[in-house]
Design a protein around this ligand. Structure first.
Ligand SMILES: Nc1ncnc2c1ncn2[C@@H]1O[C@H](COP(=O)(O)OP(=O)(O)OP(=O)(O)O)[C@@H](O)[C@H]1O
Ligand SMILES: [Mg+2]
Length: 363
């Protein structure tokens, strides 16, 4: 745990960059510092690895004042992804990533192995990327290398300052998803600075909303969205807070069990029903499409009345409810099928179920 106790930073007599912050940042979780430009996020981050020294207050890591550590040991035990990547331009990708392991005098073979492992972990083909120079990388690739470099010596704590800042929105979402996967595996204590609220909601276990050097609210994302403590937080989260909340809930929890038809059987299986349409499965219980029960002639075979559903239109249990809603709006339907990764039908998620969900957690 990283504890801030009454931390203030004044750069000169007039600028109070950080104004009496006290928070506890839990271990093995990702904590986001968010707020407008100039609110003190980078300053807060840099005080943890003592690049900036506080004017007043105390920072503790697992109960020990960070001033009691040898500063070199402290820095080497904390990975740091600086704002705007900051790779060393004349060093190869491999040498950039190997910086801290070299300082720690690891053996060559161990460093080699570690670099290759990390490149793979961040989604870069190790053999071809290790030898490149930073100028030969795209923005997204450079950001991946920045993350790999911070992870190099396997530090328990990682500070990330807008690590996915300088890339297009699509690449950004991809990097976030990949990084979320890495974090699920590694469980590092991460302090992550951003001013992108969607990024914060996607990645954070806890969010601290900052303004003018102070923390206005510090809580789990769901509570920040549902119960903003003041107007600034409310406005900062945006007018689409209800939609944002849906990106924190997963289809798995809203699957409805519904009757299905098996295309290998006849209409008898349907019998009397008020359903207008039904999902159709094959003999292996794989979803293949839907049939219009209301309008179809019972003379024709079920198979001939089938409308197929493309694989990419089928939701998986780990899809977000926001994604489900977005797809419904796009396709003009009120329900979508859910299947597991093998294609086995699990049920459906419907617009009415999503409305129930958003109504029930309104403030
Ligand atoms: N080295 C410095 N000397 C003087 N003032 C500084 C210094 N670094 C930061 N400041 C000031 O401290 C305040 C907080 O800066 P900080 O870099 O922490 O903001 P930030 O929240 O990271 O902003 P951004 O989102 O733009 O990166 C700002 O008013 C800034 O001008
Ligand atoms: Mg900053």
């Amino acid at each position: 745990m990283i504890s801030f106790a009454g931390i203030t930073k004044r750069y000169d007599d007039s600028t109070v960059a950080v104004d009496g912050i006290s928070i506890e940042i839990p271990s093995n979780q990702l904590t986001v510092l968010i707020g407008p430009s100039g609110c003190g996020k980078t300053t807060t981050l840099k005080m943890i690895n003592r690049i900036v020294e506080p004017t007043a207050g105390q920072i503790l890591i697992d109960g020990q004042d960070i001033r009691d550590f040898d500063i070199k040991d402290l820095r080497r035990s904390i990975g740091y992804v600086i704002q705007n990547v900051g790779l060393f331009p004349h060093m190869t990708v491999k040498d950039n990533i190997a910086t801290v392991p070299r300082l720690l005098k690891w053996e060559r073979s161990r460093i080699e192995e570690r670099v290759m492992y990390l490149l793979g972990l961040v989604g870069l083909e190790p053999e071809s990327y290790a030898r490149k120079l930073p100028k030969e990388l795209s923005g997204g690739e450079a950001q991946r290398v920045g993350v790999a470099r911070a992870l190099a010596a396997d530090p328990p704590i990682i500070l990330m300052d807008e690590p996915f800042g300088a890339v297009d929105p699509l690449t950004r979402v991809k990097l976030q998803d990949e990084f979320a996967r890495v974090q699920r595996e590694l469980h590092k204590t991460i302090v992550f600075v951003t001013h992108d609220i969607d990024e914060a909601i996607r990645l954070a276990d806890r969010i601290a909303v900052m303004r003018s050097g102070r923390i206005l609210q510090y809580d789990i994302p769901e509570n920040i969205l549902s119960f903003p403590v003041e107007k600034f937080v409310h406005d900062f989260m945006g007018s689409d807070r209800a939609l944002k909340r849906l990106s924190r809930v997963y289809v798995a929890d809203y699957i409805e069990d519904v009757k299905v038809v098996s295309i290998s059987q006849g209409w008898n299986q349907v019998g009397e029903t008020k359903e207008e349409f039904m999902w159709a499965i094959d003999k292996d219980e794989k979803l293949i499409g839907w049939v219009d029960v209301f309008h179809s002639s019972r003379e024709a075979s079920i198979e001939s009345t089938l409308t197929e559903v493309a694989r990419e239109e089928i939701l998986q249990p780990d899809s977000t409810v926001k994604e489900a809603l977005s797809r419904m709006l796009e396709s003009g339907t009120v329900a979508l099928p859910v299947a597991d990764s093998t294609g086995k039908f699990l049920g459906q998620i419907s617009l009415s179920k999503i409305q129930e969900l958003t109504r029930s957690d309104k403030e």
